[in-house]
Design a protein around this ligand. Structure first.
Ligand SMILES: [Zn+2]
Length: 61
């Protein structure tokens, strides 16, 4: 049995404990903590999701 680790949809960290689950536009997202869930929710509301996710994944350039 493979135990697949979930990754936080905001910061990309592996989620070690129980994930925080939230629904956005019918899509379930998982987060490592309430903080990430809240930041994601705020960004989603303001339409800044692409911006913050891009910032997280492209540290150079
Ligand atoms: Zn996180």
């Amino acid at each position: 049995m493979t135990s697949e680790k979930l990754k936080c949809d905001l910061c990309g960290s592996e989620i070690q404990k129980e994930p925080v689950r939230k629904n956005f536009d019918g899509e379930e997202k998982v987060f490592c903590c309430d903080g990430c869930a809240r930041v994601y929710g705020e960004a989603h509301k303001k339409g800044l999701l692409n911006q913050i996710l891009t910032n997280k994944s492209h540290k150079k350039g």
